[in-house]
Design a protein around this ligand. Structure first.
Ligand SMILES: C[S@@+](CC[C@H](N)C(=O)[O-])C[C@H]1O[C@@H](n2cnc3c(N)ncnc32)[C@H](O)[C@@H]1O
Length: 214
């Protein structure tokens, strides 16, 4: 789980006042840590997971898309919020998503989730269904490309959520010119200036941008 941009005691307080994850998600987080080591930090936080389930319940999408599945935490949270729709997951890693597949099975979600492996720029370009809800959490330098492909496919009123848009607060540090920070900063500027959408950047976890297609 990436560090929150909030002070640690405030971040802890928020987590303590959010419905906690169930045993399956706890076990998935533990297995992810054991199997992937430092990469486990890519997993979304428990409060973000609750938020994704709640938003999915509110939007009630027929077609939901996730770009960046890793070992499955966020996909389980989204799929659990579905009421009849389907979640289409995109990732490049057979190894990491094999853990996701096992946990979709355990969670009884296999009939609601489809996984496509390959670079998301290609697999999204080939995806031809109108999208109601999307969650973007893949390689940060690819965000502008994935954003364009997703906005084109979002139906009017559809919602795109983008993770890590505060990048531990580094986007506000003008001295930070590392490639990922610069990419996210440019991405945030691009979204804020896009007349096709209405957007709010929430300070949830590492920053979650809510983007509604007008
Ligand atoms: C931050 S992790 C996703 C975390 C996940 N949402 C969760 O909650 O556990 C990013 C994922 O993006 C995937 N990824 C990286 N580059 C990609 C690409 N070009 N196309 C598709 N997926 C990619 C990685 O394999 C990794 O699983």
């Amino acid at each position: 789980m990436k560090a929150s941009v909030l002070q640690p005691d405030v971040a802890r307080y928020l987590l303590d006042h959010c419905t906690p994850p169930d045993r399956l998600l706890e076990e998935l987080a533990a297995e992810t840590l054991a199997a992937t080591g430092d990469s486990a930090g890519m997993q979304i936080s428990p409060d973000q997971g609750r938020f994704l389930t709640m938003i999915t319940q509110l939007v009630a999408p027929d077609v939901a898309v996730e770009v960046g599945t890793f070992t499955g935490y966020s996909s389980i949270c989204i799929a659990r919020g579905l009421s009849g729709g389907r979640l289409h997951c995109f990732d490049v890693s057979e190894e990491w998503t094999s853990i996701a597949r096992r946990h979709w099975e355990r969670a009884g979600l296999t009939d609601r989730v489809t996984l496509t492996l390959g670079p998301a720029a290609d697999t999204l370009a080939a995806f031809d269904q109108p999208v109601d809800l999307a969650f973007l959490d893949a390689d940060k330098q690819g965000y502008p490309v994935y954003y364009e492909l997703l906005v084109e496919r979002l139906r009017p009123g559809g919602l795109l959520m983008v993770d890590n848009t505060l990048w531990s607060g580094r986007v506000t540090d003008p001295a930070d010119e590392t490639p990922t920070t610069v990419s996210i900063r440019e991405f945030n500027d691009l979204v804020a200036a896009d007349p096709r959408v209405t957007t709010v950047l929430l300070p949830l976890a590492d920053g979650l941008t809510m983007i509604r297609k007008n």
